[in-house]
Design a protein around this ligand. Sequence first.
Ligand code: MGD
Ligand code: MGD
Ligand code: SF4
Ligand code: MO
Length: 877
Amino acid sequence: MNPSAATGTIKTTCPYCGVGCGVLATRQADNSVTIAGDPDHPANFGRLCSKGSALGETISLEGRLLHPEIDGTRANWDQALDLVATRFRAAIAEHGPQSVAIYGSGQLLTEDYYVANKLMKGFIGSANIDTNSRLCMASSVAGHKRAFGSDTVPGNYEDLEQADLIVLVGSNLGWCHPVLYQRIVAARAARPEMKVVLIDPRRTVSADIAEMHLPIAPDGDSALFVGLLAHLDQLGAVDSDYVAAYTTGIEAAVLTAEDWPVARVAEATGLSPLSITRFYDLFTRTRKVVTVFSQGVNQSAAGTDKVNAIINCHLATGRIGKPGMGPFSVTGQPNAMGGREVGGLANMLAAHMDFTPEAIDRVGRFWGAADVAQGPGLKAVDLFAAMARGEIKAVWIMATNPVDSMPEADAVRDALRACPFVVVSDMNRNTDTMALAHVRLPAAGWGEKDGTVTNSERRISRQRPFMPLPGEARPDWWIIKEVARRLGFGQAFAYFGPAQIFAEHAALSGFENDGGRDFDLSGLVGADYETMAPTQWPVRSRPAARMFGDAKFFTPDGKARFVPVQPPPPFAPSPGVLMLNTGRVRDHWHTMTRTGKAARLSAHMAEPFVEIHPADANALGIRRAHLVRLSNRHGVAVVRALVTDRQRRGELFVPMHWTDQFASEGRVDALVPGKTDPVSGQPALKMAQVHAEPMGARLYGFLVAASRPRIEADYWAIAPAANGWRAEIALLDEPGDWEAFLAATFGSDAGFQSLRDERSGRRAFVLIENGRLVAALYTAPDPVLVSRQWAVDLLGADDLTASIVLAGRPGADRPDGGAIVCSCMGVGINTITEAVTRHGCTTVEAVGALTRAGTNCGSCRAEIRGIVDANRLIAAE
Ligand SMILES: Nc1nc2c(c(=O)[nH]1)N[C@H]1C(S)=C(S)[C@@H](COP(=O)(O)OP(=O)(O)OC[C@H]3O[C@@H](n4cnc5c(=O)[nH]c(N)nc54)[C@H](O)[C@@H]3O)O[C@H]1N2
Ligand SMILES: Nc1nc2c(c(=O)[nH]1)N[C@H]1C(S)=C(S)[C@@H](COP(=O)(O)OP(=O)(O)OC[C@H]3O[C@@H](n4cnc5c(=O)[nH]c(N)nc54)[C@H](O)[C@@H]3O)O[C@H]1N2
Ligand code: SF4
Ligand SMILES: [Mo]
């Protein structure tokens, strides 16, 4: 089924973000894997970001689920699959097909996704299959469908390079789509006249390439783009020939927009009228504009309206379907786009077809299925709410971790606890969701699985295996078809491999498709799957790089539709309430099941944090680097204060990554309400109202240890380090018995040497064996000042004495490089600062030449520029 071990270099695709970079993977004699960017892949032309470069460090078998389990006990595949089929069949027999559900993911391959969707919608006869794409792309899908009649992303990556203006709306491209960002950086270097505007409440690293950063109030985007439409109309900048020939509905959209003069937009967005006008003028006079949008747009209770407010401006100016212009929703997950293609969302049927009577009939005939679901199923938030009410009797979760990533995450956890039968397919044994599974199914992971993914520019690429399947792990498509067979649908699921599934998927997309459906892979039916090169859809006779060049849309009259948008009223917080925004950091991926394994990726941000404006921190008595307790009626999170003026006043930002596997209370979704967009059902993950207060820790600690410590503390956050582990801890009260504390944490208190400074209250405990550090713990009444990187590096040293370690201060022999900025080359902030202040480097390039920082993937170059700028000023003063 899977090549036992592919040798030589294999061309595959990165399993992280929707840029979809081509990867060359080479297995070495010692079974390690060397990773490089594929110079021939049209998404990245050889580039990789920090996460892609570190892929080789995340594929160890540590933490893997290698055998099926039933109620925590090892089982064989037959027992596990029989039980899944029996319980699903029983639930359906007793409570009907609506009582069962699948919750899937944009990290499934297209072939896995297709089989799951076919089983649920075609044969079980329920559309209760939804995916984490509901949390991610649903509003873009809905917005596209309202405007174009289909879920079509018109443009491609080259449009970004050819544009004269790129507007980034709610997208931190620099950290979340780093290779695409690097392509823009390179294009700007070649064409300095290209301009970038960033629209984000926070000044993110992506501001580094922006001429203009508009720190917009949360959800101010609709007002901003509705105002832009009014501005275009007033200045006569509307392309009336294009609008008349190819669109409908501009009158109503403009009529609503007329109520939004700049002064009102300023009120709703918190931006100055001057900056709004400057942005409007720039947009108006630049023809080649691409508007890139992502989760700051989608993850909102008015996300679909935001999408249409943006598309309206492109339609009004005819800036769509042509080189260097268009609205561009960038996808998050490696196969977010593929999931949309197969119909993985509960409100889609299959192959971009909706639940219309004709499509239900057509898909039923194609599948040979008599029981095709007749209408949409439950969307993610509603699905877990139904589960909480006891209406879902059996659920199967694949390739996603809803206990951490769904809003009202504590309620989701409770719903799963109450659900009579929970199946989870994952590669990892230790996830917060796996903990609640009755049946655990070991799935094949990246490097083992075989299939296709589609990236943000509609490009289908192969993921190819280069490692054998470990233990009894199996690909998801195989697991699903085996359950289908046991449910009595063997004939329709007699698949022997992904090539056959892909061919069926491609055939369905072209089935009775006279050009009325955008998604069409009929040109790939019969193509050689093994050697298939990265290809953009639609592929009828040949691939199409760009859509809507002919201005033909997929609506009944073939015209694009303007959607009148009424911006929501500005948010007025009650006193003492802060607005919580959430999102991503550079080197971690979602719930850290993979990036959390790599020391290199954990070095950049090693614990959960909250970004807070200095004025808010001051008012709340929250001090720099102290711990903060965030709470509301849904839950609690405890995170480190990162005081910064990149944040707007009254607003907080917490990353989504930390789980119970890595921190005591780092699950930010415990705080996020399940409020959804009325059109798309996508939850407003960027907006929670919370209270913030100091945690009130009496004792802070930092530790490093050669083997994983067992931490019992009121606060803890743990991360892997190059030769062991590192952890932050805090206690509400100092331990009465330090020896017992050491013994509990490190397994034994024997052999520790300690130091106590009466005046400051600082302590240090160190255990060294044969010159090597086994464990070191530093504590203090305030956040511990010991250099983290220096202490982590000590784990690799072999000539240590206790006094050096106890002192907690780097000596001349072991200089402190500081917190890691460049994770590829392991260069810290102190080394970079020194390059500027002592060695006179004035550019990122000069720093790179001296220290190698920023010379591999380039994801850290914006941060290096920030350090250069700050220190050049200091040097000049
Ligand atoms: N490093 C890394 N990269 C990733 C991922 C990862 O986990 N880690 N995940 C991938 C996935 S699945 C996705 S979906 C993408 C997400 O990619 P992005 O959408 O770029 O990432 P986020 O950090 O979620 O959010 C983007 C920005 O939206 C801003 N924002 C919040 N509210 C508003 C608002 O009302 N208006 C505007 N204009 N902006 C707002 C936030 O401040 C944030 O900076 O990233 C992908 N790439
Ligand atoms: N507050 C807040 N919440 C958010 C977001 C936010 O910005 N803010 N973003 C949302 C978005 S855009 C997204 S996409 C989600 C992501 O959230 P999740 O999907 O929950 O996050 P992951 O950590 O990527 O979980 C994927 C799981 O699938 C497993 N896996 C990986 N590959 C495979 C495979 O091939 N087969 C199987 N069976 N398992 C596999 C991994 O081990 C991991 O456990 O989070 C959403 N939640
Ligand atoms: S930009 Fe980075 S994470 Fe995204 S696909 Fe490319 S290498 Fe992977
Ligand atoms: Mo996503």
